[in-house]
Write a protein that binds this ligand. Sequence first.
Ligand SMILES: Cc1ncc(COP(=O)(O)O)c(C=O)c1O
Length: 500
Amino acid sequence: MSSETTNPQQAERATTIFEKSVPGRRAFSPPATDVPETPIEDLLPGHARRAEAPGLPEIAEPEIVRHYNRMSKRNFDLDSGFYPLGSCTMKHNPKLHERLAALPGNARLHPAQRPEAAQGALELMWRLQNALGEVVGLPAVSLQPSAGSHGELAGVLLARAYHEDRGDTGRTRVLTPDTAHGTNPATVTMAGYEVVKVGTSPEGGVDIDDLREKADETIACLMLTNPNTLGLFDPNIEEITSIVDDCGAVSYYDGANLNAIMGVSRPGDMGFDIVHFNLHKSFTQPHGGGGPGAGPIAVSERIAPYLPTPVVVRREEGEPEYDLEFDRPKTIGRLRGFQGNYGVFVRSYAYICSLGAEGLREASEIAVLNANYLLARLKETAGEYLPVAFDRICGHEFVLSGAPMKSALGVRTVDLAKRMLDHGYHPPTVYFPLLVDEALLIEPTETETKETLDGFAEAVGEILAEAAKDPEILLQAPYTTPVRRLDEAAAAREPVVRQA
Ligand SMILES: Cc1ncc(COP(=O)(O)O)c(C=O)c1O
């Protein structure tokens, strides 16, 4: 990736694993096989075989260990510091879950194992389905989608299957609020629908009049997250779902922000038919490097017949007790190979079991308390330059605007974010949601201490004081990271993702 490396020590360490490769060097020498060799021609057809060796690095084990260890230290991670990346729920992931996921019965289970020989895994999945259904107040769950956005796609396809099955084929459009996460309109487009934006009220919720005007017989679905990406719970939520219901459409709840409401309120009770979960957010699957994740969906009775197959079921009678059910004539079909990222299910199930219903509620309550506490502290240390965008009690996150900072001090939100790295903090989400100028979306989560939150609020105050003295300090930041400021436009438009 395009970057400017100024630290000489780091530059020296930048030697790649390919440059260290020496022909013939090996990390491991297996004993000679005592299994008769099968000629490769008998195993793979010609078109599937390589003409040349793949050109992998030839390197000793200690060098491999050092390479990956060094790489792991070049990034900012949750185990090193506070990571208030809004809309991403970077909460602590208990280490116990790793031990459970690594148990041989979990980690070494083959995905093509017959149900009879995988009863424990299927039981875990079945129990996880039930627990997730209870959290959102809906009766049927599929664990199959692999990410939040994949769950969204599943949800919109389910809405379509529901309408088509009733012969209602004139619905071509999907409502999404203008605060929506970018994946919502992207999903709508990918599913072949037209995006219809709904405005935001002065209080930061859905503009009810706009919604009423746009909710008609062409609408298949509303996609909404609540609390929304401003961190605000919509007080009109039941009116919103009933407007959608009145026009014959389905309400879809983007459950990525579930960390604010677990055990407190349930989308099913709010009138939603379909919900997706981000197990890699609220339910402690480590994330941030692009996976693996899981985006299960929960649905109401009327949507259940269309769920992706196979469905994990439990039989009252007959064998095997836990099974994969394929015979679902109205299904939208399979969404991925095998059943999903099973290790994620283990971690999330462990989380739910170790906290219990009361504990989940407490987690959400503390997430909301932490966000409101941090907001109050930031009003003290930074309120003059970074006012809150919508001044209400927030959910699990909140949005500040860097616009006054930009006009008074000549530094932008991105400059503040870069300087935070030098102070030992991962920056919040910046420039999202789009409707707030110079936005900073801050989500502290429930797993941070009061001292950490105080430290962050004070650091933001200190950075603003630095900017008031000499804005250049922020404009050139960061100084202490392995890689200095990136040319982000070049990194996005002309990424260099291969080693030479
Ligand atoms: C509100 C919201 N919806 C959907 C998603 C998409 O989830 P994923 O990144 O797992 O596809 C996110 C991800 O951060 C999100 O914050």
